[in-house]
Write a protein that binds this ligand. Sequence first.
Ligand SMILES: Cc1cc2nc3c(=O)[nH]c(=O)nc-3n(C[C@H](O)[C@H](O)[C@H](O)COP(=O)(O)OP(=O)(O)OC[C@H]3O[C@@H](n4cnc5c(N)ncnc54)[C@H](O)[C@@H]3O)c2cc1C
Length: 473
Amino acid sequence: MSSAIVVGAGPNGLAAAVTLAQRGMDVTVLEASDTIGGGTRSSERILPGLLHDDGAAVHPIGLASPFFRSLDLAAHGLEWAWSDIDLAHPLDGGRAGAMVASLDETVRLLGRDGGRWRALFGPLADSFDELAQEVLRPMVHVPRHLVPLARFGPAALLPATALGRIWRTDEAAALFAGNAAHGWHPLNRPTTSAFGLMFAAISHRYGWPVVKGGSARLTDALASVFTELGGCIETGHRVRSLTELPPADVVMLDLEPGAVADLAGDALPARVRKAYRRFRRAPAAFKVDFAVEGGLPWRDEYSSRAGTVHVCGSAAEVAAAEHDITRGRMPERPFVLVAQQYLADPQRSVGDVHPVYTYAHVPHGYTGDATEHIIAQLERFAPGTRERIIGAHARTPRALADHNPNLVGGDIIGGANTPLQLLMRPRVSTDPYYTGIPGVYICSASTPPGAGVHGMCGHNAALSALRRTERAG
Ligand SMILES: Cc1cc2nc3c(=O)[nH]c(=O)nc-3n(C[C@H](O)[C@H](O)[C@H](O)COP(=O)(O)OP(=O)(O)OC[C@H]3O[C@@H](n4cnc5c(N)ncnc54)[C@H](O)[C@@H]3O)c2cc1C
């Protein structure tokens, strides 16, 4: 029986491990931390019983993932839950945009921009599954779904500020800009529309669910599939060099490119090492979890029913904040993502005290304290927030990286979404998973299709390894 070692038990490491084990390989996963899951862990940090997600919170891409859908994760304990409203985006003066899973309802809520919203996102949502098969993989391939790709591609290449000119209302413009900000890249740069398009299309196809009982349950379910296939996971095992690994036919590294270069040393071909060292990092997250009595006192009518709230104000403010952080400047009013998972999953709360998840987009490696920036943005749209906070737990960019070494400088998306890195990561290659060392692959979110809890990087990397192994054998 051939064997494989996977370094890192994040969603991509586990997805690679499951894919290899499904093909009959003897697979061992080595995880540095005492718990598996990487960016999907959950914990009770402030009060006993009050459940926070340490990393990923909301999982539209997880639900849509072709690989996760191919597994019976429900039989292994995974349950999705949705709030009434997928996304709210409050504006000054008590107004807000709202996006719900129903396209018809969103169109109704958006009034004057409803028709345009339907024209842009309806066809993408209808063909989302075909589109996902084209974009959740390396960009260099022979496409099989030309129509959805032709609908998505040209618009996706545009800067979000350019495509955003179609909106006539502040609400639709802000919703689109907030979704585009998931690219963590200046909205006036090419390809940032891709995020604005994907996140709305996916809402109208699958909604934006959370995982009942915390995001950790998703990777627990993957681990359960893996161990049922005979796989073995060792936690508390940090790998420092490839030379310390037992002999294996395949080695999968669920690591960021710099760490792969460190572990591989001189074994890595010089051109690959150079590319990994040059890999560009994204801005950082500054994460604060709050315990909030009675929940946030939102001024508008939608935010208190929304699983995710984008807090920054107008589309122009979102663009300015994203521009600043990529220039290394901390904005006075940063883009803040708020998740209220307890609305869909009430068991995360303790009585009337609710876990509120926030992170601000801040410059890469930011060393200041953004807690007050976050509270000020919340106060702006939910006045009275401060008095309701009974506990808080902050993670600086540095603390995020200490918790998970893949999050270099607080970059939670596995590398900057520059147009080149969006199309080809972690280096320009027809097989981006292969490191150039026979049998050794990189499978983290720094490979296609990039960040998010979908397991597709791991699954694709494992398929690449299997193809090469079969060819060699
Ligand atoms: C704060 C935050 C919020 C996010 N929000 C969302 C969200 O709402 N929705 C979404 O879809 N995605 C979200 N993401 C992104 C998502 O979590 C990541 O893209 C995803 O976890 C990447 O998976 P991965 O397997 O590539 O790496 P990771 O999840 O980073 O896992 C890598 C694993 O490797 C281990 N490791 C590292 N070095 C070593 C070593 N030398 N030896 C052994 N083990 C090692 C780490 O401990 C870790 O467990 C968020 C991430 C963060 C941090």
